[in-house]
Ligand binder design. Structure first.
Ligand SMILES: C[S@@+](CC[C@H](N)C(=O)[O-])C[C@H]1O[C@@H](n2cnc3c(N)ncnc32)[C@H](O)[C@@H]1O
Ligand code: SF4
Length: 393
């Protein structure tokens, strides 16, 4: 079966560092490089890597970050030109998403980006509450977010909204206020993210209790369903036909290539379960790697890329279960058999049966998916579908 293919392009620059953020990104002041140089190396990576990409018909391009809305038009033009010169093709159905922070785009730039083919925005708004924005070290105000959303609406843009919840000292009432603000707009897609932090992080002080967190998710869920959204993945809700094509690539075992600092890739190959790798995480190591990469080094056999793994069956089955189970549609038995054979598929169904008393999963003869309770405890559920040490190829 021919797979869909998505391209992720990382921008590791931000105006500030939010206290909770663990992504590979630097403020413009602390970065040991400038944006022009970074884009030059990114384009070299596209040119060299393109030799090893078999399917160059793009279903999705995702500019993620960091804050890609900080890039200038000339940077986008350069990247798109590099892609087309190296055989990557787009059509009107190709989803081209740009992650943006409030107050980083104006009307002129949005119109120009549209000309270049950007047809979707993902707005990192997080909350409208001034106290929480400050506590998280966000640079923008609620008014900035409102202005940005108003502009996107006026220009008839397709956009998604990132909402962060379970914040320190956040009450259910404050979360409801965020949803009330959000209701004044009409994003086609909303991603409510539970604030995730390492155990000893200072922002863990005064987080809502577990039962309140569950209540918060319930508030979001009920409100969004009431407003015509459907939940197609644990943290993603969309209006009909407005699911993110890029997200779907990640969760349905399709191929993606990540270019730029720290980006992750998964590429399938015949006769094996595909490869996974991630790019170097510092500017110097990324630049050195891009510069020294010889055409004879294949992307799928480049041991100098960090975390390069040729997946075995157990790893592949683990990834498959963890990603498909994030989706509302869950795992389809016949597709599981197609990829892993009846024995492994039977094993997955047996595990599901053995934990069915917990109420975490819903099991039918042809489908397996998480219950609402299972979604809240997904990491615990996924442990049952982690096969790394259970069998080897
Ligand atoms: C990679 S960030 C980039 C978006 C953009 N720079 C911004 O912050 O507005 C994408 C989204 O990840 C989510 N995110 C970042 N750190 C998170 C964390 N520690 N826990 C949960 N969600 C997080 C935020 O909602 C954010 O909008
Ligand atoms: S703006 Fe976004 S990517 Fe940048 S530090 Fe904040 S959360 Fe992270």
């Amino acid at each position: 079966m021919k797979k869909d293919f998505g391209l992720y392009i990382h921008t590791p620059f931000c105006l500030q560092r939010c206290h909770y953020c663990d992504f590979a990104t630097f403020t413009l002041e602390e970065a040991s490089t400038n944006i022009d140089d970074y884009i030059n190396y990114l384009c070299i990576e596209i040119k060299k890597g393109s030799e090893f990409i078999e399917n160059k018909k793009l279903r999705s391009i995702y500019f993620g970050g960091g804050t890609p809305s900080l890039l200038e038009l000339a940077h986008f033009e350069k990247i798109f030109k590099e892609l087309s010169q190296n055989g990557f093709s787009r059509d009107p159905q190709t989803e081209v998403t740009l992650e943006i922070n409030p107050a980083t785009l104006d009307e002129v730039k949005i119109r120009a980006l549209k000309q270049l083919g950007v047809n979707r925005y993902s707005v990192g708004a997080q909350t409208f509450n001034a106290k929480h924005l400050k506590n998280l070290n966000r640079k923008h105000s609620a008014k900035d977010t409102i202005d940005t959303l108003s502009l996107l609406s006026e220009l008839d843009c397709n956009y998604s909204f990132d909402l962060l919840f379970a914040l320190p000292n956040q009450s259910c009432e404050e979360l409801k206020e965020d949803l009330t603000y959000l209701n004044k707009f009409n994003p086609s897609h909303i991603s409510p993210y539970y604030l995730t932090l390492p155990t000893n992080h200072f922002l863990n002080i005064n987080r809502p209790q577990e039962e309140d967190e569950i209540k918060m998710f319930g508030i979001i869920y009920d409100e969004l369903l009431d407003k015509g959204y459907s939940q197609y993945e644990i943290s993603n809700f969309s209006k009909p036909q407005k699911e993110s094509k890029h997200n779907l690539i990640y969760w349905t075992d399709q191929d993606y290539w990540g270019v730029g600092l720290s980006s992750h890739s998964y590429l399938s190959r015949e006769n094996n379960f595909g490869v996974r790798f991630s790019n170097p995480k510092t500017f110097q190591s990324y630049y050195d790697w891009v510069s020294s990469w010889q055409p004879k080094d294949s992307l799928i056999n480049d041991r100098r890329v960090e975390n390069f793994e040729i997946l075995n069956q157990a790893q592949s089955l683990t990834d498959y279960c963890h990603t498909f189970l994030r989706m509302k549609q869950g795992i389809a038995f016949d597709q599981l058999v197609d990829k892993f054979g009846p024995q492994r598929a039977g094993q997955v169904w047996q595990i599901a049966e053995s934990i069915s008393q917990s109420g975490w999963v819903v099991l039918t003869p042809d489908r397996l998916f998480l219950s609402k309770k299972g979604q809240m405890l997904s990491n615990q559920v996924f442990l049952n579908f982690t096969f790394i040490n259970k069998f080897i190829r």
